[in-house]
Design a protein around this ligand. Sequence first.
Ligand code: 13P
Length: 250
Amino acid sequence: MRNRFVVGNWKMHGNRVSNRALLEALVKGMQGLEGVECAVCVPFPYLGEVAAQLAGQPGKARLAWGAQNLNEHAQGAFTGEVSAQMLAEFGCRYAIVGHSERRQLFGETDAVVAGKYAAALAQGLKPILCVGETLAQRDAGQTENVVGRQLQAVLDLSGRKSLENAVVAYEPVWAIGTGRTATPAQAQAVHEFLRARVLPDTSILYGGSVKPDNAPALFGMQDIDGGLIGGASLVAADFIAIARAAQRKG
Ligand code: 13P
């Protein structure tokens, strides 16, 4: 069976005080949330404190944590970069790779993303591989070409079987932070395309302006196994409501 996931991507938000309060509220809200894997991917400097705060959680439903990026090399002269081994040392279970903001703003190519995916796996981290098209690409009828190519670069390097330990996230670039969500049918169409290319048990998340009010319809689609949540992951009540919608998927 495919696991259900709800993952928060805090992006470059938060501070030590607000993080503590947010995590406290999330841990409280997690009670009764069995059956959904929940995690927050936080900025690097906060990983130590987040790990310490989340280490002793009560109950069965636990909030995991991870990073939003990593370097593809194991170690070396890469000023400003962070390795998979460093993330593992802080108890990260997940690392987002190939987020569209990394691809667009920081020039990450398919080959670099594939390297990051492999580096995460090598240290026992679960990569959350993001794929997604821009509005221009969608309008040009290129959506399947683009997400197919982004996925294939990873499969070429690490093999399809590597997906046993990974999660895929479809994030249409035009829906990120814009308040413009893909319709459930639009998202489902791309998820179905991806589904045919991954393993039967690979979880595929949708990301892009997921909120408590649109999550039930999105998660109601056959091939959508949960969400990668930006803005709404900074509001505990919203994140928990979205996780509950994933739990209800049944
Ligand atoms: P928003 O939910 O803010 O649109 O962000 C989505 C995202 O990029 C998650 O990685």
